[in-house]
Design a protein around this ligand. Structure first.
Ligand SMILES: [Zn+2]
Length: 80
């Protein structure tokens, strides 16, 4: 999984500027619990943001379609 640190940082900095709290806004919104927002929470623990979908999707790709996916990636990078 490739993560753009720069994009990630500026995105959350904007969010913090807009809303000075550092609780996970998604958990607050979805389950009304205040969980301290951290990289670990956002990427590994949060059940209310899209990281869940990302991991599920990644796991799916690791299955029987893995070789096809890798082939597509190789083709694309060679093409560019
Ligand atoms: Zn959360």
């Amino acid at each position: 999984m490739v993560i753009s640190e720069r994009k990630y940082g500026s995105y959350w900095r904007k969010m913090r500027d807009y809303k000075e709290r550092t609780f996970c806004s998604l958990c607050k919104k979805m389950t009304d619990t205040e969980i301290i927002e951290s990289k670990q929470h956002i990427w590994l623990e949060c059940e209310n943001n899209r990281q869940n979908l990302a991991w599920t999707s990644a796991e799916g790709n690791m299955g029987e379609n893995n070789s096809q996916t890798m082939a597509k990636c190789n083709t694309r990078s060679n093409g560019l």
